[in-house]
Design a protein around this ligand. Structure first.
Ligand SMILES: C[S@@+](CC[C@H](N)C(=O)[O-])C[C@H]1O[C@@H](n2cnc3c(N)ncnc32)[C@H](O)[C@@H]1O
Length: 314
């Protein structure tokens, strides 16, 4: 049975126009029942809909913002920003060390794909963790989340911005594309297409963090979401995302694209499953590998390519 996330089903955006499409409640309930998930079907059946059984878009937007607000609190508790910067800071050091080698140095620009409420971008803007001169942009398919991320950034007087757009038709050029908790939403050929769109752009690297597919991940997700999230949708989708996490092999083979060196940080065999929640798959232009490893120091032993993966997986 496929594991489905409710949030993927109750918000539908036309990929060409970016317009919000109406969603029939009974249709979502049917899909969830057919997927063997009656609990998720009950959560959706309780959402407000109009006389034609179309889900109320304003109620859905409020719900998504509420659930992402709880997700941000969880990210704060798990110190996700610090964990990400452990890899992103050496990556930016490598970019600065090699700037100018391949033509005039361009300003650095980080674009977070599927930025949700923009926690990562806002945290980077608030802390200046990547150093000066890095432009920070978030992109998301959900217009309500983009609007709320932008509102929060203005209220917090942060130097960053948010744009409505699709990961498969990226509206913003980047030096480095990143994401958190997004990869498991893309399955099959879409996963490789996601990486390929960035590999064929002028970007120098991508660094996408998602749940590590350990045996403990679904249990850990249950405990954390049960303890810290109030809405049943957030609790449900938190566990479903851990069940959908991609394996090390899937990530490394999907990230391989011409002109890209795919690398995985902390693959299963090298990670402590009690400590690893999110970890990244990277794609870098080959000239960046040596400076990145140098900037990471001893931690670079945990950075493996496809040729080393077989030896690390237990
Ligand atoms: C689990 S949420 C993660 C949000 C945020 N990165 C975080 O860690 O809190 C996944 C996000 O990906 C966005 N998303 C899904 N498909 C997308 C696509 N094709 N293009 C852009 N964003 C997408 C969703 O709207 C949602 O905000």
């Amino acid at each position: 049975m496929p594991h489905l996330e409710i949030s993927d089903l109750i918000t539908v955006t036309d990929p060409a126009s970016g317009a919000r499409l109406p969603v029939r409640r009974a249709e979502v309930v049917r899909r969830l029942r057919e997927a063997g998930d009656p609990r998720a079907a009950r959560i959706v059946a309780a959402l407000p809909a109009d006389r034609d059984d179309v889900l109320d878009p304003h109620a859905v937007d409020r719900l998504m913002i509420g659930v992402h607000t709880e997700l941000q609190r969880l990210s704060e508790e798990l110190r996700i920003g610090e964990r990400l910067v452990h890899v992103l800071r050496p990556l930016f050091a490598a970019l600065r060390a090699t700037a100018g080698q391949r033509g005039p140095a361009e300003p650095l620009r980080l674009v977070d794909i599927g930025s949700g409420l923009g926690y990562l971008v806002r945290w980077l803007a608030a802390t200046g963790a990547l150093g000066p001169g890095v432009e920070l942009v978030g992109v998301d398919l959900d217009a309500a989340l983009v609007g709320e991320a932008e509102r929060l950034a203005r209220a917090e007087e942060l130097d960053c911005r948010f744009v409505h757009g699709n990961a498969f038709d990226l509206p913003e050029a980047a030096t480095v594309y990143v994401s958190t908790g997004v990869l498991h939403h893309f399955r099959g050929p879409a996963l490789a297409e996601f990486f390929r769109a960035q590999a064929t752009s002028p970007a120098l690297a991508f660094c996408h963090f998602d749940i590590a597919a350990t045996r403990l991940a679904p249990i850990g997700a249950w405990v954390f979401h049960r303890a810290r999230m109030r809405h049943p949708l957030g609790r449900h989708d938190g566990v479903a995302s851990a069940l959908r996490a991609h394996t090390d092999e899937t990530l490394l083979s999907a990230a391989a694209a011409p002109g890209i060196r795919p690398l995985l940080y902390e693959p299963r065999g090298l990670a402590n499953p009690f400590c690893t929640t999110l970890r990244p798959v990277l794609g870098i232009r080959p000239h960046l590998e040596a400076p990145l490893r140098q900037a990471m120091g001893r931690a670079s032993r945990r950075l493996v390519g496809p040729e080393q993966l077989a030896g690390t997986v237990r």
